[in-house]
Ligand binder design. Structure first.
Ligand code: CO
Length: 302
């Protein structure tokens, strides 16, 4: 009797020392033939409510498409996660932490859904994390998963450029008849920056009035301005070619400061109309992301 009490006290003490979030259900000994599927959305993140709206819209679309599968959201930017913790007292997990928790809670099949636009440095890092969990799963299945897969970014291959160009040219068809529509992507030093130029080519097949620019890569602001000057347009719409309309969209693209795209193009004589909506809020783009997710699930089944 005494030893039973001791064992009970020991167990209780052990359970109390676990982090609250992990104390729910963690059947580590659950057989693998009792599958538990999960989706982990991986986004750069945003500290602005307007930005988070796009990420939430993507999460809602995934939950509607996979009602029986638990869908969680992770952020890859530690700067944003720290800002949320400091200013809003909120915790969002980064992918490695979120995946460790899912393994601990007994998820067997997990697809990590990239919401990245291009396969750049952020995506490479995410792929490394997923590769790490795949390696764990191979040697220590209980610490990992039966299946783990990662979906590819929106602009990963020639078919993607065509599909994305089709989606955004449909959305902005009317504007393109009255002027230029400039999509501003993030841009990067990474070779994947070339995806923006490929998207530009695909967009030009639809209209010469669709222009792609980037904040940190190629094509640049000057490239876009040169194209506008070579055309006869007077009206310019600028929209973020980013998942969220967050800090970059509100400041670098559409801000009132003299160095924003809106101010620069206004100074250059154009009538500028900013569109403050992230790609993640576009239903057609959500469907492209869902196609990527489905492809990743299919890969996991093999
Ligand atoms: Co940035």
């Amino acid at each position: 009797m005494k030893s039973k009490l001791l064992a009970f006290a020991f167990l209780t003490a052990a359970m109390l020392s676990l982090p609250a979030v992990m104390s729910v259900a963690f059947p580590l000994s659950e057989p693998v033939d009792n599958p538990k599927k999960g989706i982990l959305i991986a986004s750069f993140g945003s500290s602005m409510p307007e930005g988070e709206a796009a990420i939430n819209a993507v999460a809602d679309a995934v939950r509607a498409a996979y009602p029986g599968v638990e869908t969680r959201v992770s952020y890859t930017s530690r700067i944003i996660m720290r800002k949320l913790a400091r200013e809003q007292n909120r915790t969002v997990d980064e992918p490695a932490v979120a995946l460790a928790k899912m393994a601990y809670e007994g998820f067997t099949d997990v697809v990590v859904m990239s919401t990245h636009i291009i396969p750049g440095a952020e995506y490479d890092d995410l792929a490394s994390v997923v590769d790490g969990f795949r390696a764990i799963s191979g040697s220590a299945p209980k610490a990992g998963f039966r299946f783990i897969a990662l979906s590819s970014p929106l602009l990963s291959n020639a078919r993607d450029f065509e599909r994305m160009a089709g989606v955004i040219s449909d959305t902005y068809e009317e504007q393109a008849k009255k002027g230029a529509v400039v999509f501003v992507g993030h841009g990067t030093h990474h070779f994947a920056d070339a995806a923006y130029s490929a998207l530009q080519m695909a967009l030009w097949r639809r209209s010469p009035n669709f222009l792609i620019g980037t904040i940190e890569g190629m094509p640049s602001y000057d490239d876009v301005l040169a194209r506008l000057r070579a055309s006869k347009v007077k009206n310019v719409w600028i929209a973020p070619a980013m998942l969220v309309a967050g800090d970059h969209a509100h400041n670098d693209i559409a801000g009132d400061e003299p160095d924003s795209w809106k101010s620069g193009l206004g100074q250059a004589g154009y009538k500028v109309t900013p569109i403050l909506s992230g790609l993640g809020q576009d239903k057609a783009v959500q469907n492209l992301l869902l196609d990527k997710l489905r492809e990743a699930w299919d890969g996991a089944k093999q």
